[in-house]
Design a protein around this ligand. Structure first.
Ligand code: NAD
Length: 506
């Protein structure tokens, strides 16, 4: 399957000219995995134009028609899971088993969006209030038209599908720009969708670097659903502002794990080390910092080190997790380890020597000061920092002191809900990790530097719609305030009513 996509027929224009292109790589070996066109603004605009034409037909297909197509797509993806998992593994370096899990969860999201779109977008009836009781008030939901999705490389199926499936189910067509590290996976999504699509241009993948993503932002799409780093998100939001294009921003995190004295330590350690190290630590919701009650801190660390010793990074088929997909991230990981130690932290397991590009072996750091860059910035590597706290109050305050607010994990038999309610973040898992990402019915997203807007669940689906309010006269009443024929006694009646009811008309 791993053919080169670089053939002129893929391009809408410039077929005879030399086509600028870029390569994707196998990060475990550095070998070229494929070559893809770098699309320019003209080509992107042309594709968005085709998607806009197709959106009329796609909307006309209705919920039942779209559901059929989306469910057929999910069936096809499951049928081809070996093929797509191999491609994800090739471009990201993650183990094939991890890629299969990712694909399975993405399929769950496609099914959920397809099955629930109609009910979520059903017209809502609202109370018109006493003064306007002769009216009916309704809120309809309309798809936006064309949604531009810009995706990252770390979960190249699960993450974009969390936007694509919901946007499609709501009645939009989609133009998808995958990360330049995983363009093959992006093309696979388009090609597999086209096998079940009733007509062309419902889901189109465009390939290229940052500029191609920038071109999508200003192409006139009706919304951009962006997932990636906070740094790029700010550029995307600024670009979108020039064309008044609304945005959903799903960005980075520095997720805390709070471990209370009454936690099941075995389970807490198992889940936390997995959350921090799986996918080579390249998870937006991966554990990066632990605040553990000092009464159980030594035990927690001992168990964590014991477990880390059994984990080894290596190429797919060899390691429990793979290489750093993006070679430049290695420098960030290395600098965070060194800075943490320089700032006063210590190594419980591994250290600077664990960085052996393209792999990073597990690292556990202890007692790193809160103002260290390693505690403040997203590391995106298989590193976990364990800091001890005296009380859960201190743990909550430290967890919230971050500029990020994506997810959090709480480990406690009795205090989970209480602690969760105080955390300034978009998602909390109590006595588990990552689980909220797999539940299709709940919104996913963050606050602060982790972004705004939501994907998944009804909230995520509604991001790709707009509300249209329709207020209709059911029967005429003698009182007509919105008329030049209005009389003073009618005005007085309204004022008297307002006084009596203290403004409570609803
Ligand atoms: P990135 O910001 O480097 O790139 C993301 C996407 O933006 C890519 O497709 C890239 O080509 C594109 N892009 C780059 N410059 C652009 C520009 N000027 N205009 C438009 N698009 C542009 O992020 P990444 O390295 O691919 O992904 C890793 C980051 O994503 C991490 O910070 C991680 O935490 C975050 N992430 C967040 C979530 C979430 O749901 N919150 C999920 C996965 C990853």
């Amino acid at each position: 399957y791993f053919k080169s996509y670089l053939h002129p027929t893929r391009l809408p224009t410039m077929a005879t000219k030399r086509i600028p292109s870029f390569n994707s790589h196998n990060p475990a070996t550095g070998e070229v995995a494929g070559a893809y066109p770098i699309m320019n603004a003209k080509q992107v605009n042309e594709i968005v134009g085709h998607a806009r034409n197709a959106s009329v037909q796609w909307q006309k297909l209705g919920f039942a028609g779209r559901k059929k197509v989306l469910l057929a797509w999910s069936t096809l993806i499951i049928k081809r899971i070996d093929q797509i998992a191999a491609l994800v593994s090739l471009e990201t370096g993650k183990p094939v088993g991890d890629a299969k899990l990712e694909v399975s969860i993405a399929v769950g999201h496609i099914g959920w969006a397809a099955r629930h779109a109609e009910e979520i977008m059903r017209t809502a009836h609202r109370a018109p209030g006493l003064l306007l009781s002769n009216m009916s008030a309704t809120v309809q939901r309309s798809p936006l038209g064309v949604v531009g999705v810009i995706g990252p490389w770390n979960y190249p199926i699960f993450t974009p599908v969390g936007s694509i499936a919901y946007a499609l189910a709501a009645g939009n067509t989609v133009v998808f720009k995958p990360s330049e590290y995983t363009p093959g996976v992006g093309m696979w999504l388009e090609e597999s969708f086209n096998e079940v699509a009733p007509f062309a241009d419902v889901l189109t993948t465009i390939t290229g670097l940052g500029e191609t993503g920038g071109a999508l932002c200003t192409s006139g799409v009706d919304k951009i659903s962006f997932t990636g780093s906070t740094r790029t998100a700010k550029i995307v939001a600024a670009q979108c502002a020039t064309t008044m294009t609304p945005v959903v921003l799903e960005c980075g995190g520095k997720d805390p794990v709070i471990v209370a004295a009454d936690a099941n330590l075995e389970r807490a350690v198992d889940a936390t080390i997995w959350s921090a190290m799986a996918n080579a630590g390249q998870s937006c919701i991966g554990a990066e910092r632990v605040y553990v009650d000092e009464r159980v801190a030594d035990k927690f660390t001992e168990l964590a080190v014991e477990l880390a010793k059994t984990i080894h990074a290596g190429a797919p088929g060899d390691g429990k997790y793979g290489p750093a997909t993006m070679p430049s991230q290695i420098k960030v990981i290395q600098s965070h380890i060194k800075t943490a130690i320089k700032d006063g932290g210590s190594c419980a397991y591994g250290g600077p020597e664990s960085v052996k590009p393209p792999f990073v072996q597990p690292v556990i750091l202890l007692d790193v000061p809160e103002d260290s860059a390693a505690m403040r910035e997203e590391t995106f590597g298989p590193i976990i920092i364990i800091n001890r706290v005296k009380t859960m109050r201190e743990a909550i305050d430290l967890a919230n002191a971050s500029s990020y607010g994506l997810g959090a994990n709480v480990w406690s038999k009795r205090q989970g809900k209480r602690i969760a309610a105080e955390l300034a973040c978009g998602m909390v898992a109590i006595n588990s990790t990552f689980s909220f990402a797999a539940v299709a019915s709940v919104p996913f997203g963050g606050v602060k530097d982790s972004g705004y807007g939501r994907v998944h669940g009804p909230e995520g689906l509604l991001e790709y719609t707009y509300p249209r309010t329709v207020v209709r006269t059911r029967f005429n009443v003698p009182l007509n305030l919105l008329s030049f024929k209005r009389k003073t006694k009618e005005e007085n009646l309204v004022i008297t009513l307002t006084r009596w009811l203290k403004g409570r008309f609803g």
